[in-house]
Design a protein around this ligand. Sequence first.
Ligand SMILES: [Zn+2]
Length: 264
Amino acid sequence: MEGQTFERVILRRKNLRIPFPDCFVERLTGQQILHVNRRAKYLLIETLDEVLIWHLGMSGQVRIYKIDEQVEPIGKHDHVQFDLSSGATIVFTDPRRFGLMDLTKPKHLADHRLLKDIGPEPLGNTFSGPILAHRLKARRGPIKQVIMDGKVVAGVGNIYASESLYRAGISPKRSAATVQGGRAEKLVNAIQSVLGAAIEAGGSTLKDHRTTDGGLGYFQFSFAVYGRTGQACPDCDCDISLTKGIRHLEQGGRSTYYCPRKQR
Ligand SMILES: [Zn+2]
């Protein structure tokens, strides 16, 4: 998309999870796309005058039809279409309509209501041991639940919280406030390596995930602890007959998995 212009914008509804902003089509048409970025789960399509904030919701899908590729007939859930100056077409399909699109001016982006309270990007350079330690200092809840709070750090979901804590050797039950110094450092490294490996593998969760050319997602990321109750953890030197292997725990209604011996 970068460098292309929105030649034609087609809107087939007034709203998704929230209404489309007034003059959505007029504001985007003719704008050249400078950058395509992401903040937490929001895609940010930046032009000179506007930023398109785009969330796919639970199961929204983006199809990209390259130049000269035949665009499939419009389906009833194809709510938005962008025709770009390159000849490519982008279609947003969102059957459950949990997705959203909003527009803001570039200078107001950081203060936008959807973005302003989001914590640092885990793979960005504003995330570090000292920064995480500072954000955890006043939090008394268990680290597993606190690390999933998007205001602390963006994008550490349920599976990756368990996996990161395992790699860092930190018990999910430990009070978040006590994850300081070297422990916070280890946790940052663990989160970054787990997310890096998961991205490399193409993600791990959604059954209805599709790639932008319509193919199925691929789920190669293998879990160390998640969903492996009673089994040995990787490189395990634990005596399973004593430890009973990986344990399962409910925290805030979500499943946690951990090794009671390696995680303290
Ligand atoms: Zn173990």
